[in-house]
Design a protein around this ligand. Structure first.
Ligand code: 5GP
Ligand code: MN
Length: 335
C-alpha cells in the first residue's frame, strides 16, 4: 500500500471511523469488516460498521455482528454516520455503486479519507489509500496482510482471527478456489493463534434450516436447465418461489455452485426474480471469464470465475438474453 506511513499517522489519534462493505454482504464482506472493527476498536477509535442491506442468517454467530448498522433499516442514521466520518474503510468492493446510496453520500457529502481494501478486478479510483490485490483469495486475506504491514500482529485476537478465517472459507468455498501457498500459511497462522477451524467450518457449512434444503431440492428438481452444446447450466427462481419457500436473497447463497458439479459444465447461471430487478449470479471453471459477461451484459462485475449483475427486463426476458449470449462464446465454452 502506498503512503502507508501517512495512514498509520492518521490512525494514531482517535478518529470517527466508518467501515462499509457491499450490498448483500457475504462472509468475506462481513468477515473483513468485523475484523477491521475488532482492530480499530483496540486503537480507541469510534468505529461503526455499515452495510447497505441485511447480512445472511448463517453468519449470525460472528463476533460483534449485532453491532452492524444496516442502511435499509436505518437510513438517516447511516447517512449521518457516513457524512461525519473522518476515515472510511471500503472493504470487499471496487466501485461506489456497490454501496448504493451510501456511495453517493461518500462521493458528494464527505470529507473523509478513504481506504480501500479489495480483491475485485478493475478497482475504481475513489480511495486515498488502496490495497487492491486481484490474485488474493479474499478481502479477509488482505486485511490480515494489512495488519502485518502495520506491524500489528499482536492485535490479532481470536475473534478477529475468526472473522478473517470466515471470509477466507466462504470466498474460497472452503479452499476449493483462489488458494495459494501464502493463503495456507496465513490460515496456519490463524489456527496457530488458537482459532478453532472445525467450529468455524461447522458454523458455515451446517447452519441451514429445513426450508433451505427444500428450496435446494426445488431448484435442482424443477428449475435447472442444461444447455449441453454450450456446457452451461442455469437455475432460475420466480417471485412466487421466494414467497412459497419463505426465503430472502441471502438464503440462496451457494445454490449456483451445484451446477458446476456436473462434469463438463463450464458456466453456471443463477437468475433470481426479485421485487424490482432480476439478479444474476454467474460461476465458471478454468479460463472462461464470467466477469466479462456480467460486465458487458448485466451491468455487473466480479471475478473471472464468480461474477454477478442485474437486469431490469423481467425474468423471462433475462433468461432469453442469457441464452442468446451463449452462441457468442461457443468456441470457448466447447473447448
Ligand atoms: P454472487 O453471485 O455471490 O452474488 O457474487 C459473486 C461475485 O460477483 C462477487 O464477488 C461480487 O462482487 C460480484 N457481483 C455480484 N453482483 C454484482 C453486481 O451487481 N455488480 C458488480 N459489480 N459485481 C457483482
Ligand atoms: Mn470477497
Amino acid at each position: 500500500m502506498e503512503h502507508l506511513a501517512d495512514l498509520k499517522q492518521l490512525l494514531s489519534q482517535p478518529k470517527s471511523v466508518v467501515i462499509v462493505s457491499h450490498r448483500n454482504p457475504d462472509g468475506d464482506a462481513i468477515g473483513s469488516s468485523l475484523a477491521m472493527y475488532h482492530y480499530l476498536n483496540q486503537l480507541g477509535h469510534t468505529v461503526r460498521v455499515l452495510m447497505p442491506s441485511e447480512y445472511p442468517e448463517f453468519l449470525d454467530w460472528m463476533p460483534s455482528i449485532k453491532d452492524i448498522i444496516v442502511f435499509d433499516l436505518e437510513q438517516d442514521r447511516s447517512r449521518d454516520l457516513m457524512r461525519q466520518a473522518d476515515i472510511v474503510f471500503c472493504l470487499d468492493f471496487n466501485s461506489l455503486d456497490r454501496i448504493d446510496k451510501l456511495g453517493e453520500v461518500l462521493h458528494t457529502d464527505s470529507e473523509a479519507k478513504v481506504v480501500m481494501i479489495d480483491h475485485h478486478l478493475d478497482p475504481e479510483p475513489f480511495a486515498d489509500f488502496v490495497l487492491s490485490e486481484t490474485m488474493a483469495s479474499s478481502t479477509c486475506e488482505l486485511v490480515y496482510d494489512f495488519l502485518l504491514m502495520l506491524d500489528e500482529k499482536d492485535k490479532i485476537t481470536i475473534p478477529l482471527a475468526e472473522c478473517i478465517l470466515t471470509g477466507i472459507l466462504t470466498d474460497t468455498g472452503s479452499f476449493k478456489f483462489g488458494t495459494s501457498p501464502k493463503l495456507f500459511r496465513t490460515v496456519a497462522d490463524l489456527v496457530e493463534l488458537g482459532v478453532d477451524d472445525y467450529t468455524i467450518q461447522d458454523h458455515i457449512t451446517n447452519s441451514l434450516r429445513e426450508k433451505h434444503l427444500r428450496l435446494l431440492g426445488h431448484c435442482l428438481n424443477n428449475r435447472l436447465e442444461i444447455y449441453e452444446e454450450y456446457n452451461t447450466g442455469l437455475i432460475y427462481l420466480t417471485k412466487k418461489d421466494y414467497a412459497y419457500y419463505g426465503i430472502s436473497r441471502g438464503d440462496t447463497e451457494g445454490i449456483v455452485n451445484y451446477i458446476l458439479k456436473i462434469k463438463p459444465i463450464k458456466m453456471a447461471a443463477f437468475i433470481m426474480e426479485q421485487p424490482t430487478i432480476v439478479k444474476i449470479s454467474l460461476r465458471s471453471k478454468g479460463d472462461f471469464s464470467v466477469q466479462e459477461i456480467a460486465q458487458k451484459y448485466f451491468r455487473g462485475g466480479g471475478h473471472r470465475n464468480a461474477a454477478g449483475g442485474a437486469s431490469f427486463k423481467g425474468l423471462g426476458a433475462t433468461i432469453r438474453q442469457f441464452k442468446e449470449i451463449l452462441p457468442l462464446y461457443e468456441e470457448e465454452l466447447q473447448a
